[in-house]
Design a protein around this ligand. Structure first.
Ligand code: FES
Length: 98
């Protein structure tokens, strides 16, 4: 069964996969501490490291290209307010603010 795992400083949280919702929205819904302020790709408080399942996520957005350095993106960093799961698969994401 496909699942979404969100790693926060409070531990690991497993939940059923939900598509077409941002990771920040999902974290809010499950009351997880996943920092956010703008939800527009500007503040980077939602900075996220993709640990598993990058192929099941939407493409990197223009906002992420502007906010994150190319080297960070190459290492798997994205923004939680921009990431959406778009198809079924196991996905593991870690909240990694600066
Ligand atoms: S909430 Fe501000 S960049 Fe994601």
């Amino acid at each position: 069964m496909n699942q979404l795992t969100l790693l926060t400083r409070n531990g690991s949280h497993q939940m059923p996969l939900e598509t077409d919702q941002t990771i920040v929205s999902i974290a809010k819904k499950h009351k997880l501490a996943w920092g956010y302020a703008c939800e527009r790709g500007i503040c980077a408080q939602c900075r996220t490291h993709v640990q598993e399942g990058a192929e099941f996520l939407n493409e990197i957005t223009e906002a992420e290209k502007l906010r994150l350095r190319k080297a960070e993106r190459a290492e798997g960093y994205r923004l939680g307010c921009q990431i959406k799961v778009i198809c079924e698969g196991n996905v593991t994401l870690a909240h990694r603010p600066y």
